[in-house]
Write a protein that binds this ligand. Structure first.
Ligand SMILES: [Zn+2]
Length: 241
């Protein structure tokens, strides 16, 4: 078996919905397949994996293990063999909702940093709903309605979103990236992917995002709650503009 590393097509093109690839490894027992290239996003960075199809087989899970990216397939049809050409198709409706949601969370981070100077401590997302934790103690009076108003204003302002790859030295020297703890990325990583919501928020990030904030739509703050000292949780849903 050669290198297990696949070309991760979503890092450069989040809008790629289908692709051709060659099978590089098969785990028959786990019903898992690795490919030389893929548009399927694996669970990570708070963003859930994509689903879709590989040939006739449904893709039910996508995971990165070291260099290998495994597509777990459902159904009971035969698995392809190493060296076979396959066609992959994403469930685009789900992926695009995740892109809108992921971008909404970065806008939320940017707004909270600019307005209150608070950093994010954790988060998670599903298609069109998410939660994110921040270092507030306590939450400011009237926080929910205020943050909703500010985020929706930035979404409507239609900020462009740019993805770039920076040498590690350049990224750790960038004042806008320091607050998102880019310096904690392992020394072995020599190139850092940066997602820049131009004029609002810049983060080292491996996720998939829409091309401009207007494509997100708008958000609603569903709930705010305390998860302990210095940790307050915000739940949002993403709605059509
Ligand atoms: Zn992110």
């Amino acid at each position: 078996m050669g290198s297990m590393a696949s070309d991760l097509l979503f890092l450069n093109d989040a809008y790629l919905r289908d692709f051709d690839a060659v099978v590089t490894a098969v785990d028959a027992e786990g019903r898992r397949v690795a490919l030389d290239r893929t548009a399927f996003y694996p669970t990570g960075g708070g963003q859930p994996h994509d689903v879709g199809t590989l040939g006739d087989l449904p893709v039910v899970d996508v995971r990165k293990e070291g260099d290998a990216l495994w597509h777990t397939v459902g159904g009971d049809g035969p698995l392809p063999c190493t060296g076979d050409a396959v066609h992959g198709d994403l469930d685009w409706d789900r992926r695009h909702k995740l892109m809108r949601t992921h971008t909404a969370l970065h806008v939320l981070c940017g707004v909270i940093w600019n307005e209150w100077g608070k950093a994010v401590t954790g988060g998670n997302m599903e298609p069109l709903s998410a939660r994110m934790d921040f270092e507030f103690d306590p939450l400011p009076e009237g926080f929910g309605p205020r943050v909703e108003e500010l985020v929706n204003k930035e979404l409507a302002a239609d900020h462009r979103i740019e993805v770039s790859f920076l040498p590690r030295d350049t990224a750790v020297a960038d004042a806008d990236l320091i607050r998102t703890k880019v310096n904690l990325i392992p020394e072995s990583v020599d190139e850092i992917r940066v997602v820049d919501i131009v004029g609002l928020d810049k983060q080292a990030d491996g996720g998939t995002h829409v091309a401009s904030t207007a494509e997100v739509g708008r958000i609603r703050v569903v709930k705010t709650e305390s998860k302990g000292k210095g940790n307050k949780r915000i739940r949002i849903e993403v709605l059509d503009g």
